[in-house]
Design a protein around this ligand. Structure first.
Ligand SMILES: C[S@@+](CC[C@H](N)C(=O)[O-])C[C@H]1O[C@@H](n2cnc3c(N)ncnc32)[C@H](O)[C@@H]1O
Length: 214
């Protein structure tokens, strides 16, 4: 059993006992790590907005918006599931079949869940095209959770140069054997750019990238 699966099993067992939440929505490690990163960002008064690429129904977006109530929040998703361009590249490189269905969502559904919806700037459509026009923005926190190689590496290429010193990028699914393209994208970006990352034992097996304080 790999690390990711061990945590999945533990979280599932916990949820069976608590009978409250679906196991995949209960990711206490991911949420607690986010809370601590947000504290760091606030304590050091790190400037910039926040963003998530890969929102689906907004489970993590709700937490991002909760811990950063005073920051503009850019939400990127097709809101209709994986894009055919990405699926084709994914299959060609033998990463995943791209068959998981993420179509059951909408901008209104996610907006209705946010505590501070006035901060939300939805960018529906195909990322990175939906980032056009945001070249002059700066970010203190970004969540990349698109599962597939192409939008992960494009996300790193777009956001890392615009990340404030001391800011964070969380990349979900780095240790998820179902989506090996995520790890490939991070490792490829790290070969070409001076980034380092810390694995965390959340359900997706995320890695946390932090830009040096400068
Ligand atoms: C695993 S789900 C996101 C889960 C969400 N972050 C959460 O915590 O519940 C992945 C999402 O990425 C989106 N996605 C993948 N590739 C994309 C792309 N190139 N452009 C926009 N959205 C994309 C999919 O539509 C899907 O909703």
């Amino acid at each position: 059993m790999n690390r990711q699966n061990r945590y999945v099993v533990e979280a599932h067992a916990y949820t069976q006992r608590s009978k409250k939440l679906e196991w995949n929505r209960l990711d206490l490690v991911r949420r607690a790590t986010l809370d601590l990163a947000a504290e760091e960002i606030d304590r050091h008064q790190i400037l910039g907005e926040i963003a998530e690429v890969g929102v689906f129904q907004g489970d993590f977006a709700v937490d991002l918006n909760r811990v950063f109530p005073h920051r503009k929040f850019f939400l990127f998703d097709t809101f209709s599931g994986f894009h055919q361009n990405d699926i084709e590249k994914e299959q060609k490189r033998g990463f995943s079949d791209g068959k998981q269905d993420f179509s059951q969502t909408s901008v209104d559904l996610v907006k209705g869940r946010l505590l501070f919806p006035h901060q939300a700037q939805f960018r529906p459509g195909y990322f990175p095209q939906t980032a056009l026009g945001l070249e002059n923005e700066n970010f203190c926190f970004v969540s990349l959770d698109t599962d597939l190689y192409d939008p992960i590496i494009e996300g790193l290429r777009f956001f890392y140069p615009r990340l404030s010193p001391g800011g964070f990028i969380f990349v979900h699914d780095f240790h998820n054997d179902q989506y090996p393209g995520v790890r490939a994208a991070v490792e490829e970006y790290a070969l070409e750019n001076p980034i380092s990352y810390l694995p965390i034992p959340d359900i997706g097996g995320s890695v946390v990238i932090r830009k040096p304080m400068g």
